[in-house]
Design a protein around this ligand. Structure first.
Ligand SMILES: N[C@@H](CCC(=O)N[C@@H](CS)C(=O)NCC(=O)O)C(=O)O
Length: 186
């Protein structure tokens, strides 16, 4: 198997964590925007190639990794809800970051970006009330939350002052050696 991605992407990090957890053999190939545009119709990372199978989304990649390892992934509807809500906030956060970085557009200049920013705030409030785990291992959805939050703090997108249960989850995730070993780095 080959996983294409970057060391900063939260979507790629979740796949790297799953590979380390399951101890499956996989080569990691660092990939920039130009290469991902050639490799994937979505022009995004991660991308996983396993023989004839090409997967272009972290959720299909995670589904494949856990299936190959004989483990379950997202079987409970509440877990799917938390996982997907986190993905929605991740996508909004990536949009905020990229539009500011490449086009110099901030929420103050855009009605739709203001809605994205509000979506992140109300979403974080909801996620703060959905955290359950007090000890490791985290559920796959809570791992997604921890990965999202660690990346958002790395990018200085928001603080956790108003979200104490998310802070506790991040503190717990940081006691996991695999979570630590995959922390975002430029
Ligand atoms: N739904 C995708 C999202 C992947 C994604 O947004 N990846 C970002 C990196 S964090 C990317 O490649 N962005 C490039 C772009 O938007 O052009 C997944 O779960 O894999």
């Amino acid at each position: 198997m080959e996983l294409y991605g970057s060391y900063t992407s939260p979507f790629v990090r979740h796949c790297r964590i799953a590979l380390l957890q399951t101890e499956l053999e996989c080569q990691f190939i660092e990939t920039d925007a130009a290469q991902s545009a050639l490799l994937s119709p979505t022009k995004k990372v991660p991308i996983l190639i396993d023989c004839d199978l090409k997967l272009t989304d972290s959720t299909s990649i995670l589904t494949h990794i856990y299936e190959v390892a004989g483990e379950e992934f997202l079987t409970d509807v509440e877990e799917v809800e938390l996982y997907n809500m986190t993905n929605t906030l991740l996508d909004s956060s990536v949009n905020l970051l990229m539009l500011a970085k490449f086009d110099n557009i901030t929420p103050e200049q855009s009605v739709y970006l203001t809605r994205q920013k509000q979506r992140i705030e109300t979403g974080l409030e909801a996620i703060n009330n959905k955290i359950i785990s007090q000890s490791l291992p985290l559920s796959n959805a809570e791992m997604r939350v921890a990965i999202f939050i660690d990346w958002a703090l790395f990018r200085d997108l928001f603080s956790l002052t108003d979200y104490p249960y998310i802070q506790k989850l991040l503190d717990l995730a940081n006691t996991d050696p695999i979570f630590n070993a995959t922390a975002p780095q430029d």
